[in-house]
Design a protein around this ligand. Structure first.
Ligand SMILES: [Zn+2]
Length: 207
């Protein structure tokens, strides 16, 4: 992985070399071999989509505005997950186990929100792709803090409920963020099993 700086990091404490070394020590090589480049800087897409990193054809674009090393590590590992969806999409999604688990959780979330007065049709919760209207419902109508509190024990984080892809990416990031996998395994067993399976290159179909 080569790092290029389009813009200088605003925080001098952030050490990109140390972050890369951490990635290389924690993540099996076959899971980041598709990444040719990491470009650090500020990109229009960040503003347009309210994000601070994205992946596009072999390159991770990550914000030059970072709180600390942990913040940037989190961003890069998250985008790595999206890169893997492209390379190993078949291995990740074809058996539909992660999708089924995600949809069960969405149904559960629907019921919890309904009981708390946020009454939205169930059909709203069965779309696995990102949907702006649903996103607004979660983050604006319900609100991030309330949502985070209500979905505890159902989803690992509020962001995981956004779409199937974010369910996968947040789980992947969690796996390499917290060495204690007990809670993850309990909350999202199918997703956990899938990420565990990714550790072994022999189990992967390269699509
Ligand atoms: Zn994402």
């Amino acid at each position: 992985m080569h790092v290029f700086f389009k813009d200088r990091l605003t925080n001098e404490e952030v050490d990109v070399e140390a972050i890369l070394a951490k990635i290389e020590s924690k993540i099996p090589q076959h899971l980041y071999s598709e990444i040719e480049m990491i470009i650090v800087g500020w990109f229009e897409e960040f503003e347009e989509r309210s994000i601070n990193a994205f992946y596009d054809s072999g390159t991770i674009y990550v914000s030059n505005i970072q709180d600390d090393n942990a913040d940037m590590y989190d961003d890069i590992v998250h985008e790595l997950a999206h890169a893997l969806e492209e390379v190993y999409g078949y291995s990740i999604y074809a058996d539909e186990k992660v999708k089924d688990e995600f949809l069960r959780k969405r149904k559960h979330l629907h019921d919890i929100l309904w009981n708390h007065g946020f009454k939205a049709p169930l059909a709203f919760f069965t779309e696995v792709e990102f949907d702006q209207e649903f996103d607004d419902f979660l983050y604006k109508t319900v609100g991030y803090d309330k949502l985070s509190a209500l979905l505890q024990g159902v989803f690992l984080s509020a962001y995981a409920a956004t779409s199937l892809r974010e369910y996968f990416a947040t789980g992947f990031t969690e796996y390499y963020l917290d060495p204690n996998h007990g809670f993850f395994k309990k909350v999202s067993p199918s997703l956990y099993a899938k990420i565990y399976q990714l550790q072994n290159p022999d189990e992967l179909d390269n699509y």
